[in-house]
Write a protein that binds this ligand. Structure first.
Ligand SMILES: [Zn+2]
Length: 95
């Protein structure tokens, strides 16, 4: 469904520029970040982007033009920031 975002070529690292639409969707899935919930923050923000874009987590790197903002503490969230996603356990990878 979201293949447009992911120009995969075999065996290669893929760099994906996050579009504003994906960015907004990803940011809306952040519940807490490592700054305000370090105990439970165990997902990289990257993983949320993987879910939305459908890209291969093993070889995809994302480029954020601006950091996302944690809705709880308002700190900046980068690609490698650990977050607690909203209701991750309720979806089956079918975002
Ligand atoms: Zn936070």
């Amino acid at each position: 469904m979201a293949d447009d975002f992911c120009p995969l070529t075999p065996e290669e690292q893929v760099i994906v520029l996050i579009t504003p639409a994906v960015f907004r969707q990803a940011q809306s899935l952040i519940a807490f970040c490592e700054h305000c919930d370090s105990e439970n923050a165990e997902f990289l923000f990257d993983h949320i982007l993987d879910r939305i874009t459908g890209c291969d987590p093993m070889r995809t790197e994302y480029i954020l033009e601006v950091p996302a903002i944690c809705p709880n503490c308002r700190r900046e969230v980068f690609e490698k920031t650990l977050v607690v996603p909203i209701s991750f356990e309720q979806d089956n990878g079918d975002l």
